[in-house]
Each structure stands twice: as structure tokens, then as C-alpha cells.
Design a protein around this ligand. Structure first.
Ligand code: F6P
Length: 547
């Protein structure tokens, strides 16, 4: 299916796009809108409660036709089907990739190696719901009999960013009489600050790790156990204050967590695709099982949209293809994600792992070096904060930065005119980026000639606007699934494997070599490069130095 494909750049649609780009590049969005009064209608789609306006992109309908043709030539339809069929599309790890099974309804059947996985998925969801309800209702108590008031999720990467995103995004729906914290960094400061005002007798730790061997997570988990036992004294307290979310039962048991308090998932769930698995246990405790299931329903609705909608009205497909258009033809190196909703403040951070750990690859599935750009860098901040920080560069800098604006028609916290002002800013920013302010207009306002270039806005800076009614659990699921499938679409076009992450390995191996060199009381024999040797020596000399 994927091996020995023709090189992407040799495909007819790619070559047509390269020629077409020469025609599009000089065109200005001002002209494109002036030439077509129906442009906004023509280049927007509504699906699953999301109004997806891509009219402020440097494209014509021909661009979209060619991108869709490219998708066909790259076999996107077949590759989507392969994903949903549970084929082992993660070829470098010989694994199926079935995050879509995590949100499949009970009655659906999805086979992996000949066995239907959906009953097991719902078995875990039911177990999570039972546990979450007991914690929420005060039935699950700590070792001293006090109710649990604090939940601390210990995990990193996908075992942290999904839970953090979901908690922050759905805070409106969360238990306000409970405290939720997230510890990820191996820097002791993270653990110390997260726990400094918590009472161990009222604190539950969720150790979330797919492998249960991740150095940062296991170090934090051990510190959490010491912190708990320092106060509670008895090893038996661990069973009441620690639960695990993992695929690795032997390691969970070795750590001392009762397997009965383990919530499993499977190797066909990638870390950065695990938000809808048991990794969401902290989310479920925070927002309750019903809201969690509503979030899963949102994921599933977008999964179905991706699987069934014609490509020209398929949001993840359009989003993915536009990303390819800018990365490969305009040479855009980044994408800014700009949520106009404070609850989505961690969405850019979440998307960084999802997008860049997935498609930050430079070899194709058949092991050849790519001759084109792959994943752009994703970054962003909630509006309007970004406006008073980095938007200057997006408006007037030398870089082309396609932007995703996200907003909601209804605020969860209506407060005077706040929401009107917020949304006015969103609409104004995409308008200013697209249309700019020509020099003639600046001059006509009486601006001194020497100042005109400084106050001119070129415009022609592209953006997508995603507008939904309200940030509900269901909508969060849809938005995350939208980006997940957009990432898959990009990966299919680039012919890379979005589901492995070999690029994180080397640093881990080298760190494990350096740890004993830092720990050793004797002067270790260092065999690194000159720079690394010097840094290690200096650290060893200075770490005990008086402040
Ligand atoms: O090192 C990268 C990574 O493997 C991510 O892909 C993953 O989300 C993270 O580490 C955490 O892994 P685990 O859940 O196994 O602790």
C-alpha cells in the first residue's frame, strides 16, 4: 500500500501544483475577494457544528481541486480505510493505530489481530466511570478515611498534555471543590510546587504512562510515594493513594500499585493519541463520566466525518492539505494556533506534540530521504494576549505564518461586553492579516511620507477561522479529532509514518549514560566530545558551590 510509491514530487498533481503556485503567488487576497463575491461561501464548510472558513487562504478553487487530486494520487481514501480497519499502518513498530476505537460506540466492532477491541474499550471506560464516581462522591477515601480532594496526574508527553488540555479546556464543567494538578517535568520544582499546599491524606496520584518506564514519570512517581509515606507512614497507604494508567501491568505491579487499581490501554494507542483512552482518567474525575462520554461522542462524530465525508467537504482533509500547500509551496515554516478562548490556553502546547512528534520526520515509509518539507512548527497563544506580543511579526514581519483562529459564538462566562470585544478582535485580526492597509490608504490619512512604509500593512497573510457555538466537552472532542486527522492527512501526503517517534530515543540513551557520570563520587572518565566533557566537569565542580 505504501511502500515503493513514486516520489511525491513526481506525482502529476504535485507538478501541476508547482506550476499553479507560480500563478497564485503574486495574487493578493484583496483581488481574490474582489473578483468573486461568492468567495466566502464557496470556500467555507460547515460540519459537526464547526464553521470552517478557509476563504482567507492564498488559493483558488483550482488550488483545492489540485490538492484534492494530490490526495487521491497519494491514496488518501485507501489509507483512511486502512486506519479505520485497524491495519498495522505503524509499520516501524508493527502496530495498528486505533485511537478511533477508543471512542467507538458499544455496538461497533473493530478487529485487531482477529479480535474485536470495542468491548474491552468499554470495559475500561465502565471501570473508569465507577472509580471516578467513587472519588467524586467521597466513597473512595484515603488511607486515614478522609475523602480525596486533590488529584495529581503524573505523566509526560501524551500522558500529560492531553489531560492538561482537557482539564483546562473543560474547567467550566469540572468539580470546583477538588484540586487538579499535573506533574510532568523531572525538574523537582514541578513536583514540589504542585504538592506544596496539598495534604497527603487527601491526595490521589494517577501515575499515567503507557510504558511505565519513562524516566521522568517514574522519578516523579517515586517522589510522590515518598511524599505520601512520609506523612502516612504505612506502605498500605499506597493502595489508597495511587492508581496507574498504563499498558504495562508487570511494571505497575513492580512499582507497588495494586493491579486492581490499574486502568489499561493498548499498544495500538499512540501516546499523543491517547487523550480519549484511560489516560483521560483525571479528566473523567474532574468533569464526570457523562461529560467524558460526551467528549468521546464528539471525537467519534469527527472520526465519522473524516471517514465518510467527501474530501471537498472534509474538514481534516482540507486542513491537512492546506498545511501541505503552505509548507511545501510557499515554504512556510510554522503554523500559529490562536484560540480566542482562555479555556484553550494549552491547546497550542497539546498540538505541538500531536503535530510535530507525528510528522517531524525526514524519511518516507520506505526509508528514503524526503526531498520536500514535512511538518511545520506549531506554536501559539490565546488571543488577545498574542496580539500584544508576537502578532506584530505575523502582520509586518518577513515570514509567512498561516494562522488558525478558533472562536465560539457563546461564552461560558458571559461578562458584560467581554465576549463581544474578544470576538471583534478575532474577526479584526484575520481581516487585517488578509487585507492589510495599503500605502495609499495610510497616506490619505495624512501620514507623513517617511512614516508611510512603517504604517503600511501588506496583507495577503493567510488564515483559517474555525467558529463553533460553545466550548462543550463534545466540541473539544471534535476539535482534537479534527487536528488528529489533519495530521494523518499530512502524513499520508508526505508518505511518512506519523505514529512512531524514533527521534526521541538518542537523547534518552545519552542521558542514561551521563547520569552515572554525574552521580559518581570518583572523577569519571569522560568520553564525550570536548564540549560535553567540559559541561559535565563544570557542573560537577560547581554544583556544590556556595550560593
Ligand atoms: O519520549 C516521547 C514519548 O514516548 C511520547 O511519545 C509519549 O507520549 C511520552 O514519551 C510518554 O510516554 P509514556 O506514556 O510511556 O510515559
Amino acid at each position: 500500500m505504501t511502500m515503493n510509491q513514486p516520489s511525491l514530487t513526481e506525482r502529476p498533481a504535485w507538478q501541476a501544483l508547482a506550476t499553479h503556485f507560480e500563478q497564485i503567488e503574486p495574487l493578493h487576497l484583496r483581488q481574490l475577494f474582489a473578483d468573486d463575491s461568492q468567495r466566502a461561501e464557496r470556500l467555507s464548510v460547515e460540519a459537526e457544528g464547526i464553521y470552517f472558513d478557509y476563504s482567507k487562504h492564498r488559493i483558488t478553487t483550482e488550488t483545492i481541486d489540485l490538492l484534492l487530486q494530490l490526495a487521491e494520487e497519494c491514496g488518501l481514501r485507501e489509507r483512511i480505510d486502512a486506519l479505520f480497519r485497524g491495519e498495522k499502518i505503524n509499520i516501524t513498530e508493527n502496530r495498528a493505530v486505533l485511537h478511533v476505537a477508543l471512542r467507538a460506540p458499544r455496538e461497533q466492532a473493530i478487529d485487531v489481530d482477529g479480535a474485536d477491541v470495542v468491548p474491552a474499550v468499554h470495559g475500561v471506560l465502565d471501570k473508569m466511570a465507577g472509580f471516578a464516581n467513587r472519588v467524586r462522591e467521597g466513597e473512595w477515601t484515603g488511607y486515614t478515611g478522609r475523602r480525596i480532594r486533590n488529584v495529581v496526574n503524573i505523566g509526560i508527553g501524551g500522558s500529560d498534555l492531553g489531560p492538561v488540555l482537557a482539564y483546562e479546556a473543560l474547567r467550566h464543567y469540572s468539580r470546583r471543590d477538588m484540586t487538579f494538578r499535573f506533574v510532568s517535568n523531572v525538574d523537582g520544582t514541578d513536583f514540589a510546587e504542585a504538592t506544596q499546599d496539598l495534604d497527603p491524606a487527601e491526595t490521589l496520584f494517577i501515575v499515567a504512562s503507557k510504558t511505565f518506564t519513562t524516566q521522568e514519570t517514574m522519578t516523579n512517581a517515586r517522589s510522590a510515594r515518598e511524599w505520601t509515606l512520609r506523612t502516612l507512614g504505612d506502605e498500605a497507604a499506597v493502595a489508597k493513594h495511587f492508581v496507574a494508567v498504563s499498558t504495562n501491568a508487570p511494571e505497575v505491579t513492580r512499582f507497588g500499585i495494586d493491579p486492581a487499581n490499574m486502568f489499561i490501554f493498548w499498544d495500538w494507542v499512540g501516546g499523543r493519541y491517547s487523550m480519549s483512552s484511560a489516560i483521560g482518567l483525571s479528566t473523567m474525575i474532574a468533569i464526570g463520566p457523562d461529560n467524558f462520554r460526551a467528549m468521546l461522542a464528539g471525537f467519534h462524530a469527527m472520526d465519522e466525518h473524516f471517514r465518510t465525508a467527501p474530501f471537498e467537504r472534509n474538514l481534516p482533509v482540507l486542513m491537512g492539505l492546506l498545511t501541505v500547500w503552505y509548507a511545501d509551496f510557499f515554504g512556510a515554516e510554522t503554523v500559529a494556533v490562536l484560540p480566542y478562548d482562555q479555556y484553550l490556553k494549552r491547546f497550542p502546547a497539546y498540538l505541538q506534540q500531536l503535530t510535530m512528534e507525528s510528522n517531524g520526520k525526514s524519511v518516507t515509509l520506505d526509508g528514503r530521504r524526503v526531498s520536500y518539507e514535512t511538518s511545520p512548527i506549531y506554536w501559539g497563544e490565546p488571543g488577545t494576549n498574542g496580539q500584544h506580543s508576537f502578532y506584530q511579526l505575523i502582520h509586518q514581519g518577513t515570514k509567512l505564518i498561516p494562522c488558525d483562529f478558533l472562536g465560539f459564538s457563546q461564552s461560558l462566562n458571559p461578562l458584560g461586553e467581554h465576549h463581544t470585544l474578544l470576538m471583534a478582535n478575532l474577526f479584526a485580526q484575520s481581516e487585517a492579516l488578509a487585507f492589510g492597509k495599503p500605502a495609499a490608504e495610510v497616506r490619505a490619512e495624512g501620514t507623513a511620507d517617511w512614516l508611510v512604509p512603517h504604517r503600511t500593512f501588506e496583507g495577503n497573510r493567510p488564515s483559517t477561522t474555525l467558529l463553533a457555538d460553545q466550548l462543550t466537552p463534545e466540541m473539544l472532542g471534535k476539535l482534537v479529532a479534527l487536528y488528529e486527522h489533519s495530521v494523518y492527512t499530512q502524513g499520508v501526503i508526505w508518505n511518512v509514518n506519523p505514529f512512531d517517534q524514533w527521534g526521541v530515543e538518542l537523547g534518552k540513551v545519552l542521558a542514561s549514560r551521563i547520569i552515572p557520570e554525574l552521580q559518581s563520587s570518583d572523577e569519571p572518565e569522560l568520553r564525550h566530545d570536548g564540549s560535553t566533557n567540559a559541561l559535565i566537569r563544570r557542573y560537577r565542580e560547581r554544583r556544590g558551590a556556595a550560593m
